[in-house]
Ligand binder design. Structure first.
Ligand code: ZN
Length: 154
C-alpha cells in the first residue's frame, strides 16, 4: 500500500488533459491500487489520476460499501436528465458547491483485466463518474458550480 500526495487547486497539473492508457501493465495496476488507498485515506468517494499528479486516464470510484470501480480510459457515452446536488473535491479542500449533472449516465471503460465494460449509472454514482471524468480533461467542479455552499450550511 502506498499513499500519494493529492494535488490542490492552483496546481497547474489539475488543468491539463490526461492521456489514454494503451497498455495495462504492473505500473498501471499499482497506480490504481495507490489511488484506491489514497481515496480511502482521505475519505473520498472518487479519485482521478491527475489529482495525484499523473496525467493518465485512470479513475477510481467507490460510493457505497460494496462496489469499487477501477476504470481505465473511462468515457461518458450517453447521458440524460439533470439534477443539482452538492459536491466537494479532495483537490478543493474546505469548499462545497451545488453542481448540475445528468441524472443518468452510461460510462464505458476498460477494467483491470483489459475487458471493455459498459455501465449504466444514476444518482450519486453518475454524479461521481462525471466529476472524476471531468478531472481527466482538466475540469474541476468549481468551474460548473452554480452556487457555493457557505460554511454555516455545511
Ligand atoms: Zn474531484
Amino acid at each position: 500500500m502506498a499513499l500519494r500526495n493529492v494535488r490542490i487547486d492552483g496546481d497547474e497539473i489539475l488543468r491539463k488533459k490526461s492521456r489514454e492508457v494503451d497498455k495495462i501493465d504492473e505500473r498501471i495496476l499499482t497506480l490504481l491500487d495507490d489511488m484506491v488507498d489514497t481515496m480511502y485515506e482521505k475519505d473520498g468517494i472518487g479519485l482521478a489520476a491527475p489529482q495525484i499528479g499523473i496525467l493518465k486516464r485512470l479513475v477510481v470510484i467507490q460510493v457505497d460499501d460494496e462496489n469499487l470501480y477501477k476504470m481505465i480510459n473511462p468515457k461518458i457515452t450517453k447521458s440524460s436528465g439533470e439534477d443539482v446536488d452538492a459536491e466537494g473535491c479532495l483537490s478543493v479542500p474546505n469548499r462545497r458547491g451545488e453542481v448540475p449533472r445528468p441524472t443518468n449516465v452510461t460510462v464505458e471503460y476498460t477494467d483491470v483485466n483489459g475487458n471493455l465494460q459498459t455501465m449504466d449509472t444514476e444518482g450519486l454514482l453518475a454524479r461521481c463518474a462525471c466529476h472524476e471524468i471531468d478531472h481527466l480533461d482538466g475540469v474541476l467542479y468549481i468551474d460548473k458550480m452554480i452556487r457555493e455552499i457557505e460554511d454555516d450550511e455545511k
